[in-house]
Structures are given as structure tokens and as C-alpha cells.
Ligand binder design. Structure first.
Ligand code: SF4
Length: 697
């Protein structure tokens, strides 16, 4: 009851890209209860994370004062007790910490500006992401700035920009109400986008044809008309076989292809070799099912394709997305109600942070850093008569490699946790330990902050003012329900002060000024104003000042030459490492319903941690029986990168030669095991396929 609380504040859930709107009920300076309210993406619904995952903001581990590494601290490593930081760090005033950070950054810049790099955050607001990329570009004159999109949907974005001219979804997930058929591939929305999954389930219950494709027998299979549990890494062979059927049986939409696409003849010829019979032994799906799925999708009036990181996190992730784009284009399923392409975005603001330019090859709105006139536009808005580099910057994994090699010497890391999230984590941790200067801005002493020289205490989303953009391209306001603890500050304010201290001409006093500056450089924000966002959620593009925004785009052409989308043929490429005698099984990583990414927030949430307190992996019960392992026992998992000991669960949904490992647990960190090999286009690592050995211990 509202009379039980001192205040109620509307904001947005801080976890996944669905972007559920919430009301935060505050009593005695603490958030006590979170309720789902009527946002366009959630219509009052919340999942367990949104409902119960809020008390981390009041956890005693919150950073409340700036910290500086002690001169007599032990060697850098994962060895700081979060309950007693004094062995490694001493408390400092903001003045001392900022002065030290700025002095050291300026010294590195003097020596070699390219020795500094930045990791921003998809957990921060659009304004904070924009300021962070500007800090590196204006402050150091290069583009070595990236964030976790590199580990998430970078390959999807690369394929979308290449072939439809824009990296965002072409239709909101709510458009499924107008679809006859939907494909969900490489995604487990029941655990990872649970509120979106409720719309998908309703669609299936209403009689919509649901086709689920995944190497794991994910939960959506219970609602599916077709479940294709294909071989890990065999996406291209399966999708090309489906498209081969559409070509051979002439089920494609000639009119649409003729009017809105290019390179069709090459795609058609390329697909002829991928017959269902030839591809079945590779992808593990019977030719008859491939034919049935092709006919169902091609003959529907409107079809949507959703995909997740099972598609993107491969060395052929861009090819996987190219196939999905081709499938939608050849069946005319872009730009009309109930149809489209929708990579389900992971972090709550990974769409917004990418849009805001937190990417080494793109400025805000995916404008190329290599284009002189675009850089000139930004320099003009930034009132700066100097230029910055026209070369693409380094990506997340490239920055880590360069830190390991000693070429990157200083990093500013805002709300990212590469010590847990990067592939081959031992290598990433050695790289972080090798830095001369690491400034970490975060709310907890994350595993990454263990390696920091200077730690700046920042704010959780429920303590912030600004905007975020969800997987649907919907821009929403977040508002502070409570003040940050102790001396912690909002991230944008910290970046502004650090910017001023390294000599930037910044005079922002309110976050709305940052938003208004973004509008000068980002056409996607046309007609979206700070004032409108006070009361509205607006989907970009918004065509006029009262337009709530376009749920579907590209009905009248694509933002490419002549308005045409492109077919890019994809060939079958094997995973980077094949199972062999020494490493005979396949490891894949991901999330669980209760835990978010590297666990720093959800493992400090009472309810979520109580439900899932222990590091675990999952294997097929038949495999466990053959190994003589009981569910609940410990196993040792070993790959070419390293080894972890972890409790194993039985799960029939996992194929007999696979292991599924969540990456939230530092005590058995999945990324110690993962393969850092990357996709050549999106530069995304192959998290979804590592050859692995499992031993009973
Ligand atoms: Fe939060 Fe995503 Fe759950 Fe919605 S579905 S409550 S945004 S975690």
C-alpha cells in the first residue's frame, strides 16, 4: 500500500534488455519493494530478478569512498577480501583520488596517448556511455573504447549494419502479436529475457507456429511446434539447408526480393549446394524436418526471427546472423506487421550504449570514425578545433591482448568486469595485473577492481537520473529512488570531473545537458526530447513530436544504397577447436534465471543468492551415469586454457557430449575455460564452443 512507503519512483529494471518499467517503493532511505508498472515492454510484468534483485544496492560491500592502492599492498590478483579492503587499499578524498587519476592519465598521454584505453558499460545510462566515449576520443584523440557488446551481439550488429544498414532490431518483440510464425534460435528467453518469453508463450498458446532452434533443449521447446536441437556450431549448415528448400521449391517472395534487395542471384546460386540431405549429417537435423520448417516459415503471412548469443558468440557469428537476415529477406519478412529481425539484447542498456558510440569503430548512431565529415561534425559540436584518429580503435579483447603485451599501459574501466567476463580469464587477469594504471569506477569491489590502482565509488541504476534504451529501441527515463551511499557519485558526474581535470572543455552541470548534446549528433533521437521522456517511453525513430515511435522499420526501404537490403552468402566454417581424445566434449556458457552476468549484483541479492547459491554446471544424466557421477557431486572441467572444479547437475536438455556452465561464479569461473578465438567481422569470442574434458573428482 502506498501509505506504507515514504516515496515511489518510476525507473527501469537494471538487468536485461527487455527494459521492464518498475515502481520503486522507498521507506527510511531504502528500496523495500519493486513493482512492475505499465511500460510498453512489460505491461506490469516482472521476472524474479526484477522483483527481488534490488537489495544489492544496500549491500554492506558497496563502495562508499574513493580508494587508492596502498604502496605496501600485496601483488595484484584476486586476493582482496571485499569485507576488508584495507590490506590492499586506503581510503582517500575525492580530491586526492581524482587528482592522482588525472595526473597519471596525463602523464601516460604525454608519453603515448594510445597507451590508454577505456571500457565503458552497458549498465550505465545513455548519457554516461556518450560521455565515456567522448572522454577517450576527445581526451586521447583515438578510438580505443569499447564495452561488453563486443562479448554479446557485436557479430549480429556487424551483419545487420552490413545487410540492412542499421544495427538495431527491425521490429519490437511485442510485434509477435501480429505474427503467424516465429523462430527463436540460440536463445533461452525463459531464463534470459523472461518477460519477453511470456509474450512468446502467449503467441504459441494462441496457435502461432513457434520454431525453436538450439543445441540445448531450452525451456521454450515446451511451447514449440518444431524443436530443432542442432549440433553446436552448425547454425550455418542448418539455416542454409532451410533456405535451400525455399529456393528449390520456389517459396521465396519474388516481388519483395525484386523491389527491396540486392545480390539475390548470387545468394540463390550459393544455396543450391546446401541440400537438406548434404547438411543433415553436419547439423544433426533430419531432412524432412528441415523441409517442414522451411515451408512453415516461407508460407506464413508474417514471421519474426529472434536470436540470442547462441547465434552471435561463435567465430562464425556474423555468418550466422547473415543467414537469419537472408531468411527474413527472401520471405519478405521485414518491414510489415508481425515480421522482422530481432536480436534479443542482453544488458539493460547495451542497445543504448552502442547507439551512444561506445564502440571503437563507430561514433554515436553508428557513424563511422573513418569519415572526415562525420568527425568534423562531432568536433564542431564538441567545440574542439583538433581532430581525433580516423582509424578504428581496439576492441575489448584486442585491448586486453595489448595490455598483456605491455602496449596498453593505462585503463579507465567503468562498470565492466573483464576479469570475469573475458574469454581465457587467466590471460585477461594477467593483462590487468600488467597495467601501470587502472582506474575502476564501480559500485562493488568487482574481480576487476581487485587489480585497480584507483577505485571511484559510483551509483547503481536506482540511484541515477538519465535515459536507457532497451532491445525494442524504446528510450525510457530512469530516476533516482535513493541517494548513492556514502560519498559515491553518479557515473556521469565522475566522468565529467575527470574530463575537466585532464583538460577537456566540459561544463555540464546536469545530465539533461548531455542528452541535449547527444541530440545534436544523433538523428535517431529526432523528436525525442527530455521533456517528452518525463512522461513517455518513445521508440526510435519517432517521426514527429507526438509520435510514440515506430515499432516496425524499413517498410519503405533500407538505409542503404537505393534503399535496398543485401544478401550476403555464408559458408560452413567449423568451430575453432574440434573435440579430440584429450578434450572429447563441448562446453558452452551462459546465464541462469537468478544470476546476472558476472554475479556482482545478483549474488549480493538475498533472495536470488538463496535460490542459486552455488557454482554449478549441467550435463546429460546419461553421460553422468556413464562417468559414475551422481548429480550434486564435484567434477573437474579442463580445456586448453585452464581448469575449474564445480558441482554438476543432471539436465536432459543438454546433449550427451555437452556441458553447460553459467559464468556468474568467481569460485568456478567459466571463462577460465573459454576460447578467445574471435569472429573476424564482429570480433566476438567463441564463448559457445570449447573442447573440454570432464573428470570425476
Ligand atoms: Fe528485469 Fe529483464 Fe526480468 Fe524485465 S525480464 S524484470 S528487464 S530482468
Amino acid at each position: 500500500d502506498s501509505k506504507d512507503y515514504d516515496s515511489e519512483t518510476e525507473s527501469v529494471c537494471p538487468f536485461c534488455g527487455v527494459g521492464c518499467k518498475v515502481s520503486l517503493k522507498v521507506k527510511d532511505g531504502k528500496v523495500k519493494y519493486v513493482e512492475g508498472i505499465n511500460g510498453p515492454a512489460n505491461e506490469g510484468r516482472l521476472c524474479v530478478k526484477g522483483r527481488f534483485g534490488f537489495d544489492y544496492i544496500h549491500h554492506p560491500h558497496r563502495l562508499t569512498k574513493p580508494l587508492i592502492r596502498r604502496e605496501d599492498a600485496p601483488a595484484k590478483g584476486l586476493n582482496v577480501d571485499p569485507g576488508d579492503l584495507s590490506t590492499h587499499f586506503r581510503e582517500a578524498s575525492w580530491e586526492e583520488a581524482m587528482d592522482l587519476a588525472a595526473t597519471k592519465l596525463k602523464a601516460l598521454r604525454e608519453e603515448d596517448p594510445r597507451s590508454v584505453a577505456g571500457f565503458g558499460s552497458a549498465k550505465c545510462t545513455n548519457e554516461e556511455a556518450y560521455l565515456f566515449q567522448k572522454f577517450i576520443r576527445q581526451g586521447f584523440r583515438h578510438n580505443n573504447v569499447d564495452h561488453c557488446t563486443r562479448l554479446c551481439h557485436a557479430s549480429s550488429v556487424a551483419a545487420l549494419i552490413e545487410n540492412v544498414g542499421s544495427g538495431a532490431v527491425t521490429a519490437t518483440f511485442n510485434e509477435i502479436v501480429n505474427a503467424d510464425v516465429a523462430i527463436i534460435i540460440g536463445s533461452n528467453p525463459i531464463e534470459n529475457h523472461p518477460v519477453a518469453a511470456t509474450y512468446f508463450k502467449q503467441f504459441a498458446k494462441r496457435g502461432g507456429k513457434l520454431i525453436v532452434m538450439d543445441p540445448r533443449g531450452v525451456g521454450m521447446r515446451k511451447f514449440a511446434d518444431e524443436m530443432l536441437q542442432f549440433r553446436p556450431g552448425a547454425d550455418v549448415s542448418m539455416l542454409n539447408a532451410i533456405m535451400n528448400v525455399i529456393v528449390e521449391e520456389e517459396l521465396y517472395d519474388s516481388q519483395y526480393i525484386h523491389r527491396w534487395t540486392e545480390n539475390w542471384e548470387a545468394e540463390k546460386e550459393h544455396l543450391r549446394q546446401f541440400t537438406p540431405e548434404a547438411m543433415a549429417p553436419i547439423c544433426g537435423i533430419e531432412p524432412e524436418q528441415l523441409r517442414r520448417v522451411a515451408r512453415t516459415f516461407a508460407n506464413a503471412k508474417a514471421g519474426l526471427i529472434f536470436w540470442g548469443m547462441g547465434v552471435s558468440q561463435h567465430i562464425h557469428g556474423t555468418d550466422n546472423s547473415r543467414c537469419l537476415i537472408s531468411l527474413a529477406l527472401m520471405t519478405g519478412n521485414v518491414g510489415k506487421p508481425g515480421a522482422g529481425l530481432h536480436p534479443l539484447r542482453g544488458q539493460n542498456n547495451v542497445q543504448g550504449a552502442s547507439d551512444a558510440g561506445l564502440i571503437p569503430m563507430f561514433l554515436p548512431d553508428y557513424q563511422s570514425v573513418m569519415d572526415d565529415s562525420i568527425r568534423a561534425k562531432f568536433n564542431s559540436v564538441w567545440e574542439d578545433d583538433r581532430d581525433f584518429s580516423n582509424e578504428k580503435g581496439l576492441t575489448v579483447t584486442e585491448i586486453i591482448d595489448q595490455a598483456y603485451a605491455g602496449n596498453i599501459k593505462g585503463m579507465y574501466i567503468q562498470g565492466e568486469n573483464p576479469a570475469m567476463s573475458d574469454p581465457d580469464a587467466d590471460h585477461a587477469r594477467a593483462a590487468l595485473a600488467n597495467l601501470d594504471l587502472m582506474i575502476v569506477q564501480d559500485i562493488f569491489l568487482t574481480e576487476t577492481a581487485n587489480y585497480a590502482d584507483i577505485i571511484l565509488p559510483a551509483s547503481a541504476l536506482y540511484e541515477k537520473n538519465g535515459t536507457v534504451s532497451n532491445t525494442n529501441r524504446q528510450v525510457q527515463r530512469v530516476r533516482p529512488a535513493v541517494a548513492p551511499p556514502g560519498e559515491a557519485r553518479e557515473d556521469w558526474a565522475i566522468t565529467v570531473e575527470l574530463g575537466q581535470r585532464i583538460g577537456l572543455n566540459w561544463d555540464y552541470t546536469d545530465v539533461s545537458q548531455v542528452f541535449n548534446e547527444m541530440k545534436q549528433t544523433m538523428a535517431s533521437l529526432d523528436n525525442i526530447t527530455w521533456e517528452r521522456l518525463e512522461t513517455e517511453t518513445i521508440t526510435y525513430p519517432s517521426l514527429h513530436e507526438t509520435d510514440p515511435g515506430q515499432a516496425i522499420v524499413f517498410g519503405d526501404g533500407f538505409p542503404r544504397a537505393e534503399g535496398r537490403a543485401k544478401f550476403t552468402p555464408a559458408s560452413v566454417i567449423p568451430p575453432d577447436e574440434a573435440p579430440d581424445e584429450e578434450y572429447p566434449m563441448i562446453a558452452t556458457t551462459g546465464r541462469q534465471l537468478e544470476h546476472w552476468h558476472t554475479g556482482s549484483m545478483t549474488r549480493r541479492s538475498l533472495v536470488l543468492d538463496a535460490v542459486e547459491p552455488e557454482a554449478n554446471c549441467s550435463m546429460n544424466p546419461r553421460t553422468l551415469k556413464l562417468m559414475g557421477v551422481e548429480p550434486g557431486e564435484m567434477v573437474r572441467l579442463t580445456t586448453r586454457r585452464g581448469s575449474i572444479d564445480i558441482m554438476v547437475r543432471a539436465d536432459r536438455a543438454i546433449a550427451e557430449d555437452m556441458v553447460f556452465i553459467p559464468f556468474a561464479y568467481v569460485e568456478a569461473a567459466a571463462n577460465i575455460l573459454t576460447n578467445p578465438a574471435i569472429d573476424p567481422y564482429g570480433k566476438i569470442p567463441e564463448f559457445k564452443f570449447s573442447a573440454i574434458r570432464v573428470e570425476k573428482i
